[in-house]
Design a protein around this ligand. Structure first.
Ligand code: C5P
Length: 314
């Protein structure tokens, strides 16, 4: 990954790093009248990062680098730009900013890379413009930008309810090692939820009670138990839209993963490993079997979006 601290500097800059996430458990209820689905989820932030640099500009603009940069829109739909615009509207700032995003989280992969950009952009602009909003207000803007954005401000491990934006921190012991099988062709979150609706109706209201054993395993640092309890109600819908995922899941399982699951709305496959070394073995197995376009390894939990060394903060 590019070390942004080594990048050339021109003028004042603020640098923020935000992680991606996996849903260790994702329970989804029936579509609400507002189009969203009620969730009960357990998030873990993992060490794949979006790095955002804010610097001076007359206008609001964004540029992108990283392995899948060409897949990221730089128009008004870009979540980092939307975050900057939302913060400016809330605080009455009418300065510009240039946001450069270096992407380390798979694009449209179910790991919330776009939401991480939004979380990072909020913090970066808040520091760059000196608006110093209280955390709760940043959280409110984050929730308006997307269901996963508040968690990426928070990081670590958390239980999410509502549409994923109502958070309670969860205790977690130890370090969890992951191998990820990534596909170049991402899945649209909205499309996966629509497929979920088509596959079956009348889902019960999801409750975090379903994850008591998982939360206990996390508290105990019991990785095999966590692996056995990984769960995703969106998995069948993701597999319906990307049938090759069945093979990716089974290759990771055959490589001895403690558990395998589609991450969020997919199509990234997350495999929990016994160790950092074992994560590399699982990643190599996915590469050798040709069941992923690329592979990544990471660990969690890690902190949420935060300013990094090299920032010039007011
Ligand atoms: O909140 P976010 O913008 O990330 O969601 C993208 C899309 O995913 C929504 O427009 C909606 O179709 C779907 N979604 C949902 N229920 C949720 C979260 C997202 O239906 N809890």
């Amino acid at each position: 990954m590019t070390d942004l601290r080594l990048a050339p500097r021109t003028g004042r800059e603020v640098r923020v790093r935000a992680p991606g996430k996996v849903n260790l458990s994702l329970r989804v209820g029936s579509r609400r009248p507002d189009g969203y689905h009620p969730l009960a989820t357990v998030f873990q932030a993992v060490s794949l990062y979006e790095d955002v640099v804010a610097s001076a500009s007359d206008e609001l603009r964004v540029s992108v680098s990283g392995p899948q940069a060409d897949l990221v829109p730089t128009d008004d739909s870009n979540l980092a730009l939307r975050a900057a615009r939302a913060l400016a509207a809330r605080t009455g700032v009418d300065d510009g900013v240039h946001l450069h995003l270096h992407k380390g989280v798979p694009v449209a992969g179910g790991m919330a890379g776009g939401s991480a950009d939004a979380a990072a952009a909020l913090l970066a602009c808040d520091a760059f413009w000196g608006t110093a909003l209280p955390r709760e207000e940043l959280h409110e803007i984050a929730a308006e930008l997307g269901s996963d954005v508040p968690f990426l401000l928070m990081g670590q491990t958390a239980v999410g309810s509502g549409r994923g934006d109502l958070l309670t921190a969860a205790l977690s012991r130890g370090e969890y090692h992951w191998a990820f099988g990534v596909r170049d062709a991402g899945l649209s979150t909205a499309r996966v939820y629509a497929e979920f609706d088509d596959l079956a109706a009348g889902h019960p209201e999801p409750a975090v009670d379903g994850d008591v054993a998982l939360l206990q395993a996390l508290r105990a640092g019991d990785a095999p138990a966590v692996g056995a309890l990984l769960h995703n109600d969106l998995q069948d819908a993701a597999v319906e839209l990307a049938p090759g995922l069945v093979e990716t899941l089974s290759v990771a399982e055959d490589a001895g993963a403690l558990g395998v699951v589609v991450s969020g709305s997919g199509p990234t496959v997350a495999a929990l490993a016994r160790s950092r070394q074992h994560a590399l073995v699982i990643a190599a197995a996915m590469t050798a079997a040709g069941v992923a376009d690329s592979v990544l390894t990471a660990s969690g939990p890690v902190p949420g979006a935060r300013l990094v060394a090299g920032s010039d903060v007011l």
